[in-house]
Design a protein around this ligand. Structure first.
Ligand SMILES: NC(=O)c1ccc[n+]([C@@H]2O[C@H](COP(=O)([O-])OP(=O)(O)OC[C@H]3O[C@@H](n4cnc5c(N)ncnc54)[C@H](OP(=O)(O)O)[C@@H]3O)[C@@H](O)[C@H]2O)c1
Length: 344
């Protein structure tokens, strides 16, 4: 995997492509596969899904191979992208670690802080790279904004407001499935938790109002969070039409990341006195390609943790979700079984 360098008279060879495999063959797996063609020096070598027909169809569409078993897939890859539903992320990740494979895992990486800690311990014990697929910080707009704020700051940042609620999620969508780790918090709110943690640090106190929908998962939640460095207001939903922009306030100015803030391409930075700066950085390839390129860079450098979406960052995000779920009384059936408690 090492990159050879151009030296006088010595021919350079490109690094060997990182061989990717995907577990799960649904919506986001398809977007990941499309995004891979925008990443240098990678190759999609295969997919495994528990329904062979789905895997075959996916493989045909994306020009790759459908593997007959998860272990066979692991044998042929360097890195695994986990695109199953939240209740099974940890299971596939830990099996991949045992095989020594690097893992990029869809959000939420695990359904609770407890499960995530177990997963991170397993990654460290196997000495392999693990990163939660938290895509926003890798978009060109986000990188540009970070650079801009370093050069032209908005003072001490003390407030973050972000939200996303989608009105027309059908009841049979995986996000509504209680037994699969569904719900607005884990499937949408984790992004907003990222933004709050990114700018304000760890959460100290989480106050949550929300409602559980027909299937028992949270269909809407609104959180007021006290962080180390300020206050966040975040919301997430599966049944209301909620504009998905984000607002970040500092002592000398503010930022609006225009909707959809988690797939960002435009931001407005405003300063005291009326000056405003517009940032516009379109993205290519659907957007997942940027986190994948970052992951590959960390992998090539021999790292086992992203310096951007760190393991600690993932723990801080899921801790907010745990606290919010506790307030709403949302316990997943698999958790209740472990604790011997009734489910909703
Ligand atoms: N990064 C983003 O922009 C983004 C966007 C949407 C979703 N997501 C995340 O991506 C993940 C997948 O969402 P999706 O919308 O792609 O769902 P989806 O379309 O329902 O696809 C899920 C895939 O995982 C498989 N699967 C589910 N549980 C499994 C298990 N226990 N073992 C093996 N395979 C299993 C499904 O197979 P079956 O059909 O056999 O169940 C299906 O192939 C979720 O964690 C979600 O939060 C991320």
């Amino acid at each position: 995997m090492e990159e050879s360098k151009h030296q006088d008279g010595v021919e350079s060879h490109p690094p060997r492509p990182i061989r990717w495999g995907i577990v799960g063959a649904g919506h986001i797996a398809g977007r990941f596969a499309e995004g891979l063609s925008f990443v240098q020096n990678v190759k999609l070598v295969g997919v495994w899904a528990r329904r062979g027909v789905q895997a075959e169809e996916f493989a045909r569409k994306h020009g790759t191979r459908a593997y007959a078993s998860f272990d066979d897939l692991l044998d042929g890859v360097d890195a695994l992208y986990i695109a199953t539903l939240p209740d099974s992320h940890s299971h596939y990740a830990t099996r991949a670690f045992s095989a020594g494979r690097a893992v990029l895992c869809e959000k939420p990486a695990a359904v609770s802080a407890r499960e995530l800690q177990h997963l991170l311990n397993a990654a460290k014990a196997s000495n392999v790279l693990f990163m939660e697929a938290m895509k926003p910080p890798f978009y060109p707009l986000f990188l540009k904004l970070t650079e801009h704020l370093a050069e032209d700051p908005i003072g001490d940042i003390g407030f973050v407001r972000a939200g996303c609620s989608i009105a027309d999620v059908p009841l049979d969508h995986p996000s509504f499935r209680l037994e699969r780790g569904g719900g607005a918090l884990l499937n949408i709110g984790i992004y907003e938790a990222f933004l709050a943690v990114r700018f304000l640090g760890s959460a100290i106190n989480v106050q949550t109002l929300g409602k559980l929908g027909q299937t028992g998962v949270d269909s809407f939640a609104s959180l007021n969070i006290l962080h180390e460095n300020g206050i966040a207001q975040i919301f997430c939903g599966l049944d209301l039409d909620g504009k998905g922009d984000a607002f970040i306030a500092g002592t000398k100015g503010s930022v609006t990341i225009h909707e959809n803030w988690w797939n960002p391409s435009r931001a407005t930075v405003r300063y005291l006195g009326g000056r405003a700066v517009e940032l516009h950085e379109p993205f290519q390839g659907g957007g997942l390609n940027y986190e994948t390129a970052h992951f590959c860079e960390v992998m090539r450098s021999g790292g086992i943790e992203s310096p951007v979406v760190t393991h600690a960052m993932s723990m801080k995000m899921i801790a907010i979700m745990d606290a919010a779920r506790a307030e709403l009384g949302l316990i997943y059936p698999f958790e209740a079984r472990l604790a011997g408690r009734p489910t909703h």
